[in-house]
Write a protein that binds this ligand. Sequence first.
Ligand SMILES: NC(=O)c1ccc[n+]([C@@H]2O[C@H](COP(=O)([O-])OP(=O)(O)OC[C@H]3O[C@@H](n4cnc5c(N)ncnc54)[C@H](O)[C@@H]3O)[C@@H](O)[C@H]2O)c1
Length: 256
Amino acid sequence: MKSSNQYPSLLDKTILITGGGTSIGACLVEAFLQQGAKVAFIDILDEASNALVEQLNQRYQSTTVKYYRCDLVDIPALQQVITEVEQDLGSISVLINNAACDQRHKLEEVTPEYWDHCIDTNLKHYFFAAQAVRLQMCKLGGGSIINLGSMSWHKNQGGMAGYTASKAGVMGLTRGLAADLGKDHIRINTLTPGWVMTQRQLTHWVDKDTAKYIEANQCIKDYVMPEDIAAMALFLASDDSKLCTSQNFIVDGGWI
Ligand SMILES: NC(=O)c1ccc[n+]([C@@H]2O[C@H](COP(=O)([O-])OP(=O)(O)OC[C@H]3O[C@@H](n4cnc5c(N)ncnc54)[C@H](O)[C@@H]3O)[C@@H](O)[C@H]2O)c1
């Protein structure tokens, strides 16, 4: 679905989206393409990512969308990709730290190695991506960084402490970097989704009781869709939000 808003400030901008191959990330990739931006995305799922590029190239003529394969736990590889994106598409104006993995785990089965991997997958690369794009954004006179958070830890959700701890850390990271980046007119915000009905959620977690759960727990009873997250991301990336930084923007249908 196309956003009903067009943001002229996004035209021809270079946008980098992590985890752009599927789910919310893939929706973000398309939403920014529809704004006339040049979109680079990182993922590890080659088949899905290549299929997305092919599909978007067919759907939109004369657009620029490029897939970069990189496991984000490998920080030197991430730094290398960020340099390549600048060479290929120009300096990055907007970074969306989106990739994460909400894998469940039993409390008693978590090892130190597993814990470190959770933090590496869900938090560490958010910082290093922000660090690496900073100089590119400085060349442009500013930029916007959007960190995907989660309502899960606000709601005491169990079974994935590595993920929820990382997502709480994402909010700390946003607030911890905002003053440093603000000097260079780089904005940084957290975008916190509620329960978003991606294909992965539909496959793994949505069942016959979901509608009743949404009915009981959301003020607005509609399913939150990836497009609803993309709509907020477009606003936060655009100059229309030029004085918004260090904040947390929640899109959850009023999850009570
Ligand atoms: N879907 C939801 O209900 C929901 C709720 C709250 C927060 N969020 C947040 O929104 C963001 C997107 O969520 P989603 O549901 O689309 O996630 P998802 O798991 O469906 O997709 C994540 C994407 O990131 C990629 N990725 C994961 N680890 C990677 C790695 N190490 N290197 C490169 N790519 C990697 C995956 O391959 C995948 O394409 C995440 O930050 C998530 O925490 C989602």
